[in-house]
Design a protein around this ligand. Structure first.
Ligand code: CTP
Ligand code: MG
Length: 247
């Protein structure tokens, strides 16, 4: 099936500490954003890309798009939070699809599209993960997220005056570490972004909005290669991954 991509890249990369936006940090001679573009280009079904970029760096982000890139790509200013950036990207995407639809069709019936929301910081996510997420979205399956089993034992805690104390130990076989791309239907993820729950601090990804509304979120297999570049040592990992997969 066909799908659109919102690529979030408007973060500042505080933990990476490079002094420039994370997506512009170069590895093996190219910015992370350029690697992300190249990596996703071959994923089957991809149509358009909307990138969220820091408002003050739009030209530098546009310059990261490879020449003769096979997909139309636009850049929009992100917001103060990832959630705000995602909504800005989704709105821009909706406006583009509405314009396309008006140009090619006389019927003004509702139209919809699969949309994958992906962090540019998960630069090396394999194309197959995008394809699996996109093809898992159906009329019944409204939200799809890639995930991996967790290897560590995870504790929930309570924070007290004398430090942190264990509260519970959830069964590890029922825990998953969640990645991106997260897949949705565009009209619904836009609508949920307008709901009161969307501003809650506990909603750290779009899938949580579906959970808050009692809408099922399906898990598919994620990939160790979709690691999020967060800290400086992650760049060394990425340069080894790239060296092992020249394209
Ligand atoms: N992001 C975004 N808009 C924001 C914040 C984050 O589009 N206001 C994007 C980032 O560019 C990144 C993804 O969301 O691709 C995940 O965020 P994270 O890894 O936290 O990146 P940063 O926020 O840039 O890093 P840090 O938290 O260390 O500052
Ligand atoms: Mg952040």
């Amino acid at each position: 099936p066909s799908w659109q991509l919102v690529l979030t890249a408007a973060g500042s990369g505080t933990r990476l500490g490079a002094g420039i936006p994370k997506a512009l940090v170069e590895i093996a001679g190219k910015p992370l954003l350029t690697w992300a573009f190249e990596r996703v280009a071959g994923a089957p079904g991809l149509e358009k890309i909307v990138v969220t970029a820091p408002e003050t760096d739009l030209p530098a982000f546009q310059a990261c798009l490879p020449d003769n890139y096979p997909h139309p790509c636009t850049f929009v200013a992100g917001g103060d939070t990832r959630a705000a950036s995602v909504q800005a990207g989704l709105k821009a995407l909706k406006a583009q699809l509405a314009a396309d639809h008006a140009a090619t069709s006389n019927d003004h019936a509702n139209f919809d599209s699969r949309v994958l929301v992906h962090d540019a910081a998960r630069t090396w996510c394999p194309p197959e993960v995008f394809a699996t997420v996109a093809s898992s979205l159906t009329d019944q399956v409204r939200a799809v997220i890639p995930a991996l089993p967790v290897v560590d034992t995870i504790k929930t805690i309570r924070i007290a005056e004398d430090g942190e104390w264990v509260e519970t130990t959830p069964a590890r076989d029922l825990l998953r570490a969640v990645q991106t791309p997260q897949g949705f239907w565009l009209n619904q993820v836009l609508a949920l972004g307008q709901s009161p729950e969307a501003t809650s601090a506990s909603v750290t990804d779009e899938a949580s909005l579906y959970e808050a509304h009692g809408i099922g979120v399906k898990l598919v297999a994620g990939s160790p290669s979709a690691l999020k570049i967060t800290n400086p040592e992650d760049l060394e990992w990425l340069s080894r991954e790239i060296a092992g997969n020249p394209n």
